[in-house]
Write a new protein. Structure first.
Length: 65
């Protein structure tokens, strides 16, 4: 991030500096959203697998050929 300090009328630059900001901590909101999305997908996939196996079993018992 570059910060420039100027006069009120922007005619003169008083100081200019560059700052580096590093964030090494996970945002709690980001962690909650990620875990929620993973749970949602796990439930969705589990439901899909369960239904498809149930349909396959029903098809096998209904058609003994």
């Amino acid at each position: 991030m570059q910060v420039t300090l100027t006069t009120a009328d922007d005619q003169f630059t008083i100081a200019t500096t560059t700052m580096t900001v590093r964030s090494t901590v996970f945002s709690s909101i980001g962690v909650v959203l990620t875990v929620g999305a993973l749970l949602f997908l796990a439930i969705w996939w589990g439901n899909h697998i369960w239904r498809s196996r149930r349909k396959r079993r029903a098809a096998l018992t209904a058609d003994p050929a």
